[in-house]
Design a protein around this ligand. Structure first.
Ligand code: CIZ
Length: 300
């Protein structure tokens, strides 16, 4: 029996759903019940009737699923799949910053721990950061945590100042202007699509700026045939599968998130067999974090 069939059989038996992030390896993407970005996956986690949510992504994503569906068992196939960007925001530091800006609204990118979300007023993803921030009155101060580049991009788009946390995604930081310029020279006719977690000087070289959900839509609707993609390279598998007639070049071949790549089919099978690793969030934290996540999900 193939490993994919074993997973399918066990999934049915245990009434589990497999949610997979766009940055996962191809064979894991292929077993997804839902493949998407954090926003798509959060909405699914909120509405599913499954008993078990098996999350192929990183820790903060599984945590969101648990917060939104506390009665369900949420499993992460590799307990070490973390997020260095999320780890850059610590509770005590955010409390201090809030104390020095007592009237500020705290917008937390979903790439944060549940404890940080619990201190936030509202969450956002790369797909809806601009929409979320634009709903806050202009005269209110905003603390944006933890991705300085996504925050700077939203601030520029909305022409307003944000108090930025000095965090960054080490994988997106590898997408530097020099490599983009090199790729543009090689493929001058290609459309350059970059993720807003990239540095500001890199974003200046983009034709389009989107999170992975927006990238998929943009490529599908575009009349262009060639694309330079500046984000974690896992998305290229899905882009190719959904657009076999188009060509894709990673802006940076080294933009590989080691945490996203920890999930394998074997670990997915073991996770279902052993019901591990179970993600838990204490109720007090979950309740506060849920409010910030639900406020985001209510914004359409
Ligand atoms: O929103 C997400 O899931 C992240 C972290 C990236 C993206 O654009 O999909």
């Amino acid at each position: 029996m193939k490993i994919q069939d074993k997973i399918l059989e066990l999934k049915k038996k245990k009434n589990a759903i497999i949610l997979v992030h766009n940055y996962q390896i191809g064979e894991v993407q292929d077993i997804a019940d839902l493949l998407g970005d954090s926003l798509d996956l959060s909405r699914k986690a909120q509405s599913t009737t499954a008993d078990i949510i098996l999350f192929c992504g990183v820790h903060f994503m599984a945590e969101i699923a648990k917060i939104l569906s506390p009665e369900k068992m949420v499993l992460l196939p590799d307990v070490n799949a973390g997020c260095p960007l999320a780890d850059m925001a610590q509770e005590d530091q955010l409390k201090k910053l809030k104390d020095s800006h007592p009237d500020a609204i705290v917008v937390a990118y979903v790439n944060t721990s549940a404890k940080i979300k619990a201190l936030a007023d509202v969450c956002c993803t790369s797909a809806n950061a601009i929409k979320v921030i634009s709903q806050i009155e202009r005269e209110r101060e905003i603390i944006f945590v933890p991705d300085q580049w996504l925050g700077a991009y939203a601030a520029k788009k909305l022409n307003r100042e944000l108090i930025l946390w000095p965090g960054f995604c080490p994988t997106h930081m590898k997408i530097i202007p020099e490599v983009i310029i090199e790729k543009k020279k090689k493929h001058p006719e290609a459309c350059v699509i970059l993720h807003p977690e990239c540095r500001e000087d890199s974003l200046e070289l983009a034709d389009e700026i989107f999170g992975t959900g927006g990238m998929l839509k943009c490529v599908k609707e575009s009349s262009k045939e060639k694309f330079i993609i500046g984000t974690e390279t896992g998305i290229i598998y899905r882009l190719k599968k959904e657009n076999p007639e188009k060509e894709f070049y990673p802006a940076q071949e080294l933009a590989i998130c080691p945490n996203m790549k920890l999930t394998t089919l074997e670990k997915v099978l073991w996770a279902l067999e052993e019901e591990a690793y179970e993600i838990k969030v204490d109720e007090e934290t979950a309740q506060k974090a849920r409010s910030a996540i639900e406020k985001m999900l209510a914004i359409r």
